[in-house]
Design a protein around this ligand. Structure first.
Ligand code: PLP
Length: 458
């Protein structure tokens, strides 16, 4: 077992965030103990006791050892800000970028920027699109193609940056529940055809690697190959949930832009994300302009004015944490995937329902159908059930409403059509009891003859 210790001998720098000009120093290796169940418990002992946290997907989680490393960085800044700013910050950000580069297999650390979150990355990508439009690379019938269930912030970014330049959006319906990659590929192809109607060009395809709600792993490589064949100009993969739950190889994936949050499944504190840009050209900028403007996105992103950068500096400490698990991060991914499939299967069997996708189309989250008798008839009902489970049972789990398609693929249980799903997550701190509590809470509602619209509104 090895530990990555930050190397303190990095010297000088001559400005705020000129990290491109440094080479990352290899971390020192020391020995750490492998982790055990009690130690895992201790690492997450700041979690409120008694809460079944089945929603790692939304906000992630950060172990105590990484939080301690973050506090140490914050203190080092406060102890001697001038020295920190001139001598420590830039090399430390570079160390984090270099570590992430290895994880996602980017060509070079210059293609890797650390930003706050996927929302910031979406602004970066869409702003460069609108800048290209200003330079004449956009015509009236040009389009952006994406899934209808793309994350709301991404959709709003399109409204903010693409609509004003006269572009329109084609939304591809994600088939759900979904049975195979082919179903997704077929819908996506239709979307691309639509995007090219009236002589337009698809300027950008936005493809989730793992959709948020409903949650499904998307066959990105297949879709990107099709995009390239069809002449799509740029591809942005929203892998907000990917690092720590799926293996990522950005060279193999072949997108122009790839973002992944580190705080969801890679144990970082809030908040940090990686944005990979295949072409590290000067046309891509951070939305917050600082004195680093024009030095390339990685450098621009490393200084966006005075703020707390500690969450961007802890990647080596995260590696230390994950390497205490058998198989490191790959071992954690497998453990979570196997766990979520097992627990999802247990729930669907107890409730007599279905999984929203085959196990191979999920990573560390899976959709499980809720019994039709609960009558999840819309988003309000879904929210009511989610609040009820949190307030009355201390269970954190997102609930999703899926309208019927009115065809023979609409899923049924013994009493009727399934229109509600829970999205369960599995992270290393979860126990079987968390999922049994959810099973029992739902079964109790059925036993009491309750439907969602009758649940108290919190
Ligand atoms: C698919 C997807 N994209 C983007 C985001 C936005 O992430 P953030 O809030 O970190 O910007 C999320 C958040 O859950 C997401 O699920």
């Amino acid at each position: 077992m090895t530990s990555y210790m930050e190397n303190d001998t990095d010297t000088h720098r001559n400005g705020a965030a000129d990290s491109n000009h440094h080479t990352a120093k290899k971390p020192k290796l020391t020995t750490l103990l492998p982790i055990s169940e009690p130690l895992i418990h201790e690492e997450f002992s700041h979690h409120q006791p008694g809460v079944a946290r089945l929603n790692n997907g939304s906000f992630g989680s950060c172990p105590r050892s990484v939080l301690a490393a973050q506090s140490a960085w914050q203190l080092r800044f406060l102890q001697q800000p001038d020295d920190f700013f001139f001598n420590k910050l830039s090399p430390a950000i570079l160390r984090s970028r270099a570590a992430v580069r290895d994880i996602i297999n980017a060509e070079h650390v210059d293609h890797v920027s650390l930003v706050d979150n996927a929302t910031t990355a979406a602004a970066i990508v869409l702003q460069q699109l609108s800048r290209r439009a200003a330079l004449g690379h956009f015509n009236r019938n040009d389009t952006v193609v994406m899934f209808h269930c793309a994350y709301q912030a991404v959709k709003k970014s399109i409204e903010a940056y693409v609509t004003p330049i006269g572009g329109s959006v084609v939304e591809v319906q994600l088939p759900f529940p979904v049975r195979s990659d082919d179903e997704i590929v077929s819908e996506f192809k239709k979307g691309l055809e639509k995007g090219k109607l009236n002589g337009g060009k698809v300027r950008l395809a936005i493809i989730d690697h793992i959709t948020s709600m409903p949650s499904v792993v998307i066959p990105v490589r297949q879709l990107i190959k099709i995009c390239r064949e069809q002449g799509v100009e740029q591809i942005f993969v929203d892998g907000a949930h990917a690092i720590g739950s799926l293996r990522i190889d950005v060279k193999e994936i072949g997108a122009d832009f790839y973002v992944s949050n580190l705080y969801k499944w890679f144990f970082s504190p809030p908040s940090v994300a990686v944005l990979y840009c295949k072409d590290n050209s000067k046309n891509v900028h951070h939305p917050v302009v600082s004195q680093e403007y024009g030095k390339g996105l990685p450098v621009e992103s490393a200084w966006v004015g005075m703020r707390d950068y500690s969450s961007h500096l802890v990647v080596p400490s995260i590696l230390e944490f994950v390497n205490r698990f058998e198989g490191g991060i790959e071992g954690i991914m497998k453990r979570n995937h196997d766990g979520v499939v097992k627990m999802g299967t247990m729930l669907k069997e107890s409730w007599g329902t279905i999984l929203g996708s085959p196990p191979e189309m999920c990573a560390s989250m899976i959709m499980v159908g809720l019994p039709s008798r609960l009558c999840v008839m819309g988003d309000d009902d879904a929210l009511r059930l989610r609040s009820y489970l949190r307030v009355y049972h201390a269970i954190e789990v997102p609930v999703y409403y899926q309208a019927l398609r009115n065809d023979d693929r609409d899923p049924r249980d013994k009493d009727g059509f399934i229109t509600g799903y829970v999205r369960i997550s599995h992270q290393v701190y979860n126990t079987i009891d968390d999922y049994h509590r959810l099973k029992t809470a739902v079964n109790q509602l059925l036993e009491d003859g309750k439907v969602c619209s009758g649940l108290p509104k919190e």
